[in-house]
Design a protein around this ligand. Structure first.
Ligand SMILES: C[S@@+](CC[C@H](N)C(=O)[O-])C[C@H]1O[C@@H](n2cnc3c(N)ncnc32)[C@H](O)[C@@H]1O
Length: 316
């Protein structure tokens, strides 16, 4: 049985992670970055979200890949290393293997245990394709190790995860991606602006799977800093802020409470919130301008008939 190679850069620098979390919990309003959704359970809950009727992004993007894989491969180039940022279950990249014919598949994710399982299973299905798992927080830096085959590379960032960054942060991340492509191309999925009811249902489903995903962040934070958040004392809140063109997710205190951790505590009033996620929604022209500002050229776009979701390919 062939095992994929694995490089672990996100060796939980416990002190830095703790500092980042404590800074966010001390701020007003309190905030925790969405990357902290993803421990093993968080990754499994995200997979469950993608199966919900209300969560259109995954199936809309997957349909675009299925319909236009050949065109996308012509736009990006074939036979290159494929670097999948926030690979999760690796399914979207795998669906493009026949068209992109990558020389190497590099799956990058902060949720290392989940990635290891997904990549090991994928390697069995593609024993001849060199695979590398990379445990990395790419919001901090995107320096690829020597084990990643040389340029030109195709960077793949599906799932509209770019929306988790404010437009300024997204521009900085796109610039880092531009450098990592090293003359190759970027293939990226971007969620579009649409009816508020459709957007809000996608982030607040009737089964409560997204609520569980959001609340699980408290469990993960407890594990990371030794805090005593009780998920039963918090509720999931999601709404579309039209002015900022983004879904915001928060956790709202159901009652007044004090949350403690070794060396500190924070008092939350009833109704006070912890901001856990932004998910920015773009008009296609606005995102194309962002790609251009980041140094990408010759952007091509594929959108579904309703204009709900967009996939861009652009040259570095
Ligand atoms: C919304 S999911 C998308 C998963 C998959 N790419 C898809 O499109 O279905 C985001 C993925 O990115 C990973 N992730 C989030 N923030 C990250 C970061 N800062 N560095 C590395 N991986 C990150 C998560 O663990 C998760 O697997």
């Amino acid at each position: 049985m062939r095992e994929p190679a694995f490089v672990q850069r996100f060796v939980a620098d416990a002190a830095a992670v703790r500092q980042e979390l404590l800074r966010g919990l001390a701020s007003s309003p309190a905030r925790v970055a969405p990357k902290f959704f993803y421990d093993l359970l968080g990754s499994r809950l995200f997979d469950a979200i993608t199966a919900l009727d209300e969560y259109y992004p995954t199936r809309t993007e997957a349909a675009l890949f299925a319909a236009h894989a050949g065109d996308m491969a012509r736009a990006c180039g074939t036979g290159r290393p494929l670097v999948d940022l926030g690979a999760g279950n690796c399914a979207k990249a795998a669906s493009l293997f026949p068209a992109l014919a990558p020389s190497q598949y590099v799956a990058v994710d902060i949720s290392v245990d989940f990635l290891r399982d997904a990549l090991t299973a994928l390697q069995q299905r593609h024993p001849a394709l060199p695979m590398l798992g990379l445990g990395l927080d790419f919001s901090a830096a995107l320096d690829l190790p020597d084990a990643v085959m040389p340029a030109p590379r195709t960077l793949f960032y599906p799932g509209s995860s770019i929306g988790n960054f404010t437009p300024d942060e997204a521009l900085a991340l796109l610039r880092r991606m531009h450098a990592a492509c090293d003359g190759g191309a970027l293939l990226i999925g971007v969620d579009g602006v649409k009816d508020t009811a459709v957007l809000e249902a996608a982030y607040d489903d009737p089964l409560g799977v997204t609520a569980a995903f959001n609340l699980n962040l408290l469990r993960h934070v407890n594990a990371l800093i030794g805090s005593d958040f009780d998920p039963r004392r918090w509720r999931h809140v999601a709404f579309f802020d039209a002015a900022a063109s983004r879904i915001e997710m928060h956790l709202e205190a159901r009652e007044a409470q004090t949350v403690c951790w070794p060396g500190g505590e924070r008092r939350f009033a009833a109704g006070e919130r912890v901001h856990t996620e932004n998910s920015c929604k773009y008009l296609p022209g606005d995102f194309e301008a962002l790609l251009h500002d980041a140094g990408f050229r010759r952007a091509r776009r594929w959108s579904d008939d309703r204009g709900w979701f967009h996939v861009f390919a652009a040259q570095a």
